[in-house]
Write a new protein. Structure first.
Length: 158
């Protein structure tokens, strides 16, 4: 009986370890981190977190993908002295799983009936299949990729 209990406990610990190990490169959002675009405390909105990690090791935290893109398109305004070329990683939280995913590889749904902390939002998904399903279920208007998103796209959401 002790062996069974020990095995169950060990398997549970291994499961927890692998789940938390999945975001190895992720920097936890400090409670004091403010979005450089809107000034909101990012940790208050953990389901919407997006990040930009820079060559110098610093990370900018955002309360949603829309603000991450606003920053990306106007870095000099929000973080003087930095450029797009200084970014080594951009991450967003996948809508359903809440896993951090590469923003450059994500599929984003625009125009849905789901709102983020700052209103209309770019809703990120890891797969096109998930994005299509969400778009249908939540009245989205279109699915875009990272390279399709422009300043005008972001402005249209404000």
């Amino acid at each position: 009986m002790n062996r069974i209990i020990s095995t169950v406990v060990l398997l549970a610990l291994l499961s927890v370890t692998s789940v938390f190990g999945a975001d190895k490169g992720a920097t936890p959002v400090p409670a004091t981190a403010k979005c450089p675009v809107c000034g909101m405390f990012v940790a208050k909105f953990p389901d919407w977190t997006a990040t930009a990690r820079f060559k110098d090791g610093t990370t900018s935290f955002y309360d949603g993908p829309k603000d991450m893109f606003s920053h990306y398109f106007d870095i000099a305004r929000y973080t003087p002295g930095k450029r797009q070329d200084d970014i080594v990683a951009l991450t967003v939280k996948e809508y359903y799983s809440l896993a951090l995913i590469d923003a450059r590889a994500a599929f984003f749904v625009i125009g849905s009936d789901v709102y983020g902390p700052m209103g209309s939002e770019l809703i990120p998904f890891k797969t096109e299949k998930e994005a299509k399903s969400f778009k249908l279920d939540h009245k989205g208007t279109r699915i875009v990729r990272f390279t399709d998103i422009t300043r005008q796209t972001v402005k249209s959401l404000n």
